[in-house]
Design a protein around this ligand. Structure first.
Ligand code: HSE
Length: 293
C-alpha cells in the first residue's frame, strides 16, 4: 500500500495574530509513504532541504509517522518515505508544520484512518509546539486557532482571491526556537490591546476583502519588535513595502521570510529583495496565492 499526501506551505501570525492566525499557500511538499516487507527505514528527499534533511529516524516527518503509529499500536515491518519539497527550510513558511502534518496524515491513511482530523490536529500541535502553522496546513485556507484546555478549536475563513501575496525569502535560516527565545514572557497590557484590536480587524478585513485595512490591521507589538534584531532591516522593509504600494506586510511566522499583501500589479517583492541585498543578504521572491480549496 502506498499513500501520497500533498501539504501546503503556511504563513503564520499575519502580523498581529501571534500563534492564533495562519494562512495556507499554494506551495507544496509531497510525501509518499509505503509499507515494505524488509525491516528497514528508507528515506529519500528531493527539492528544498535535500542536502540538509536527515534520512534516519530523526527526520521530522519520520518522527511524526512514528508517533502516530505508537499511539495507535500499528507496527509496519519497514517503511519507505519519499519527500518532494517545495517549501524552503527553516524560513518561516511552515516547512516543519508540513513535515509533521504530512507525516501524520500519511501514517493515518496507511493505517486505515483510525484518527479523526481533530486528533491529528492535537497531535500535530503537540509535536510542533504551537498551533497556527499545523492548523493551516491541515485545514487549508485562513485559520483562526485557539487552545481550549488540551484541545485546539479551529475555524476557517473564506477569503476573496483578488490580492497578490509575495514572500521574500532571505538566504539564511532562522530556527523557530531561536526566534521564540527572544520573546518576552509578559507583555504590557497596552501592547496586548494594540494587537487584540488589530487581529480582530484583520479577520474582518480578510473576510470582506477590504484590503485597504491591512496597513493598520497587520501591525504587531507582540513578536515582531523583538524579532527585528534577528532579521536585518525588518522595520525598513515594512516601510518600503508600504511605499511600494503593498496593503500590508509582516514577518512570515517566526521569519526570516517577509510576506506582503498587495494589488496584483505591485512589484513589492523586488523592492523587498533590494532592501535585503542592500544589507548584503541575497533573497528569493516567491509569488504565491492563498490555498483556498
Ligand atoms: N506562531 C509561531 C511563531 C509560528 O511566531 O513563533 C512559527 O512559524
Amino acid at each position: 500500500k502506498r499513500i501520497a499526501v500533498r501539504v501546503p506551505a503556511t504563513t503564520a501570525n499575519l502580523g498581529p495574530g501571534f500563534d492564533a492566525l495562519g494562512m495556507s499557500l499554494k506551495l507544496y511538499n509531497r510525501i509518499e509513504l509505503e509499507e515494505i516487507e524488509k525491516e528497514q527505514l528508507l528515506v529519500e528527499v528531493e527539492g528544498e532541504g535535500a542536502a540538509l534533511l536527515p534520512r534516519d529516524d530523526s527526520n521530522l516527518a519520520v518522527r511524526a509517522i512514528a508517533s502516530l503509529f505508537r499511539r495507535i499500536g500499528y507496527r509496519p515491518a519497514g517503511l519507505r518515505l519519499r519527500l518532494y519539497n517545495e517549501i524552503p527550510l527553516a524560513s518561516g513558511l511552515g516547512s516543519s508544520a508540513a513535515a509533521i502534518a504530512g507525516g501524520l496524515v500519511a501514517a493515518n491513511a496507511l493505517a486505515g484512518n483510525p484518527l479523526s482530523r481533530q486528533e491529528i490536529l492535537d497531535q500535530a500541535v503537540a509535536l510542533e509546539g504551537h498551533p497556527d502553522n499545523v492548523a493551516a496546513a491541515l485545514l487549508g485556507g485562513v485559520v483562526i486557532v485557539v487552545q481550549d484546555g488540551t484541545f485546539y478549536s479551529c475555524t476557517r475563513l473564506q477569503v476573496p482571491r483578488n490580492v497578490k501575496i509575495t514572500a521574500v525569502v532571505p538566504d539564511f535560516r532562522l530556527s523557530t526556537k531561536a526566534a521564540r527565545e527572544v520573546l518576552p514572557e509578559f507583555v504590557p497590557l497596552k501592547d496586548a490591546v494594540y494587537n487584540l484590536g488589530r487581529a480582530a480587524l484583520l479577520v474582518a478585513a480578510l473576510r470582506e476583502g477590504n484590503w485597504d485595512l491591512l496597513g493598520v490591521a497587520m501591525q504587531d507589538r507582540l513578536h515582531q519588535p523583538y524579532r527585528c534584531r534577528l532579521v536585518p532591516g525588518l522595520n525598513d522593509i515594512f516601510a518600503i513595502a508600504r511605499k511600494e504600494g503593498a496593503y500590508g506586510a509582516a514577518l512570515s511566522g517566526a521569519g526570516p521570510t517577509v510576506i506582503a499583501f498587495s494589488p496584483p500589479e505591485c512589484e513589492v517583492g523586488e523592492a523587498i529583495r533590494g532592501a535585503f541585498l542592500a544589507r548584503g543578504i541575497e533573497a528569493r521572491v516567491l509569488n504565491l496565492e492563498p490555498e483556498l480549496e
